[in-house]
Ligand binder design. Structure first.
Ligand SMILES: [Zn+2]
Ligand SMILES: [Zn+2]
Length: 252
């Protein structure tokens, strides 16, 4: 990013997210898509053009359908969006066996999507919002990592999941930023390895009598660290069990 990113709301969101459970980028992406789903459901009730676009995309992916399901008071928006989608699917199906290259069913049936199909609105619109948020927050993190406030919050936080660490490494602008990104992350991996060693040691029959300390759920945190996910804790402080998507703590 050529221009230095200013310190606006996203910067403070980014600082704040460091102190919460799980990868901060996953958490902020989740919040961005959550806000998007709220607004799109509201707009879909009022605006047929919004519904037409969602019909073109054939709604949302499984992950975002799950988020929609958990939203209270949005049933009408969902019913209106999916009435249009189901109606168009029924029309396609009624035409008989799909022809290759013809209807969208024909295009998608049993084949890998072509480039054109991949570029068409077949992909989930909430995922597109999430990808943009992911890029923005990773850029923001890198742009301000030399800032003491953000760096301290990052170094004391739970750190990044592997997918977001890799994205940050791809975008890292210089060697100093790379060091600031990686040093706390390596310390986290070392702490996790020590917890894994301790957990595995206590599984040995000779030490079965010993009770578990903070390493007790490290097997969950290790999986979270590799795959990522909003509110899936990476440190012993927050634990490895979901606190955002599944736990009902999310503030949407
Ligand atoms: Zn992440
Ligand atoms: Zn999606």
């Amino acid at each position: 990013m050529a221009k230095k990113l200013g310190k606006h709301t996203p910067y403070f969101e980014l600082v704040e997210a460091q102190s919460q459970a799980g990868c901060p980028i996953c958490r902020l992406v989740y919040k961005a898509t959550d806000r998007y789903l709220d607004s799109i459901l509201y707009e879909a009730v009022l605006d047929p053009d919004v519904r037409a676009k969602l019909k073109g995309a054939r709604g949302f992916c499984a992950q975002h359908v799950k988020m929609l399901r958990n939203k209270p008071g949005r049933a009408l928006g969902i019913a209106l969006i999916y009435r249009d989608i189901i109606r168009s699917i029924a029309q396609e199906v009624a035409k008989g066996p799909p022809q290759a290259g013809g209807s969208f069913l024909g295009r998608l049936l049993g084949r890998r999507p072509t480039r054109r199909e991949a570029a068409s609105p077949v992909s989930c619109p909430a995922c597109a919002i999430g990808r943009q948020a992911e890029e923005n927050y990773v850029e923001l993190l890198l742009a301000h990592l030399e800032d003491e406030k953000l760096y301290t919050a990052y170094a004391q936080g739970e750190g990044l999941c592997l997918p977001h660490l890799l994205l940050a490494l791809e975008r890292v602008p210089d060697e100093a930023t790379r060091r600031r990104l990686l040093e706390p992350q390596l310390a986290r991996y070392q702490a996790m390895l020590a917890d894994l060693d301790e957990f595995i040691r206590k599984r040995d029959y000779r030490f079965r009598g010993e009770s578990y300390g903070e390493e007790g759920d490290v097997w969950l945190r290790a999986m979270n660290a590799v795959v990522g996910g909003a509110g899936l804790g990476l440190s012993a402080r927050s634990g490895g069990r979901p606190s955002l998507e599944e736990g009902g703590k999310h503030d949407g």
